[in-house]
Design a protein around this ligand. Sequence first.
Ligand SMILES: [Zn+2]
Length: 766
Amino acid sequence: MQPDERTSLLHEDSLVPTVTHTTHSPRQSKARIVFLACGIFLIVFAIWALQAFARPVWPENGKVSFKELKELIKTTPDPNKARQSTEYYTSGPHLAGANLSQVLWTQDLWASYGVKSHIESYEVYLNRPVSHQLTLLERSQGGKIAEEGENKVLYEARLAEECFKEDPASCDPRRIPTFHGFSASGDVTAQYVYVNYGTVQDYEDLIKANVTLEGKIAIARYDKVWRGMKVMRAQLLGVVAVVLYTDPGADAFQEANGDLPYPYGYARQPSSVQRGSVLSINWQPGDPSTPGYPSLPGSVRIVPEDMEWLPRIPSLPISYEDAAPLLEALNGHGPSATSMGKSWEGGGLGYRGVEYNVGPSAPEVVLRVVNNQAYEFTPIHNLIAVVNGTEEDEVVLIGNHHDAWTLGGAADPHSGSAALNEIVRSFGKALGRGWKPRRTLVFASWDAEEYAMIGSTEWVEEHLPWLSDAGVAYINVDPGVTGSKFYASAAPLIHELLRRSTKGVLSPNQTIPGQTLADLWGSGIGTLGGGSDFGAFLHHAGIVSVDMNFQFSEDAPPFHYHSQYDSLTYMERIIDPGFLYHRALAQLWGLVTAELVDAPILPFNVTDYATALKAYIEDVKEILKQSHSAAIREHHFDNLTSAADRFFDTAITFDSEALALSQTICRKDSLFMRWRPWRENDLKSKAKHVNGKLRALERQFLYEGGLDDRPWFKHTIFAPGYWEGYSGVNLPGLRESIASDDEEGVSRWDKIITKVLHQASDLLEQ
Ligand SMILES: [Zn+2]
């Protein structure tokens, strides 16, 4: 049998000289000496060659093999250490730009794990709460506007969360007031209307039902879409202020059903308030004063009047305890919510006397909304650790944010911070044992995510030239653990790696011994939308991204999102006692990262992308049929379809060649290859070539002009929904053109997407 790369050198007969023991003539002896000398030379040469060429051949990688690295990642994360991190972070307030001491603490911690980091700061435009007031008034004089003090106060909203000694964070004098990031200051008194979730459809339903919105105040429940879009849509319809509350109707445990509220039971605490940003981040994230470029000292700033994604009307977040009296005062006024359509059902405050009428309120019954916000330029601080790899032009990044709306933030963001610290500790151990990553690895702890993903956006904008060349993938976690159900959203290239990695982590739920995260996960992977730090990486820079976490399920106690009850106490008592999901998260996050960093061929599956693209196009063809415009309905996507078919065929060929190359490189008995350095060099250059294509692939789908009306979003395949925000959509340009009956837009986006698909095929076929 002819030797090849699969043939083990150590079993190669011809390399072991045979010595026979017979009687020899002097001539024979001389020949024997020469033969022996040759044999010894060959053995010495073999040992030398093995030494000389026994360079890293994955997975037997240098001083720490890939197997050992994976073992370290699985065994290092420690629930107790995760708890310690959380305890520290939740011990003081840390709003965006007001958390430097925590950043320095993390920096010291990472240094103690052997990972050096540095701080990268920006100066950004932010607001801080000054004062607020929300009053339900009855006007005197039959509904005419009366002088101050002449109106009867029907209800004064508390606008604060209650203190319970059972949860010490809720009584801390440093706790942060309830407010909206980027809300407008104002003092407005008007009749008000209940607008359901405040989605585009909800407002349309109201207009159809002849409910006047102009000049009114809107009360909306949270959920369905990004809170900023509720406010922006209202503003565009002439609404003068917005009040947002969390309705308990969808909770598994409810006061209405006799469940006691937190801290005495599992129902939502009635005074809890969801703070949060109301900037239209799905139109323009990052510092609103520097759209598209970094907020460095001396950067040119645009004035607030030009920030079209900044709301102009005041808004307040309130609890359902504060919302109930306001909604109750709408009883009997205007249509009942349930008559408006199915999506209007499900309100959970009936037990507090709310009948869910839409309003408007009686002419003499008005709301007064007072919101005072101070805007300022504030330094924010990202913590960045760079571990250089041997392939310095290939970089893998992982991160989460460290700013929080409340003093606690045990889940959001610190379940992620705690897991990240454990990953840094795991990789730190490997580094201590001499591990050298193949690719450069970056750990990031972002500031000001909560306001508008500002820390990550400014950082990506500053480092765009480097990332556009070297960016391989960004793995985000936020919030990491709000329950026990695993969720992931990701770009299709990385789906297979994600699914494979979940098989390598034991679930904290061991009702069946040995079950892994994969066993309990439906393996559905969502489309990346908006609302966290992956946005700048995927949508602006075209870097393959993932966002993953353990979320609360429908049958679990609620997550007190952006409330002061997102505390260490709540985490320990209800969400993750024992911090076992924190450990599982760190293990999974670490495994995905390790393979991205160390696999000789990037673990991306192009066929998955091509399959997804074909499905997206078919979906759009279905949507097209519903268009009001006959011209749009008759549009054919022939060129786009054939471009997708070409990309699919190209992907299959590319993936099979990449797999074959990967198998050749990874073959365990590939020592033979080391005898042939030219062969190794050949494989290395082939790997470099293939990896270069794989890391550039996602960027082929960028379009420099960006999406219509939001040019910062350059990805033609994925974006947060224009009016949704959190949820992601595919082929956004086409979908939005169809939705707005824009025939020209449909043709234009058809051409743009066809072009980027061919561009991607060209790259792979080169
Ligand atoms: Zn968060």
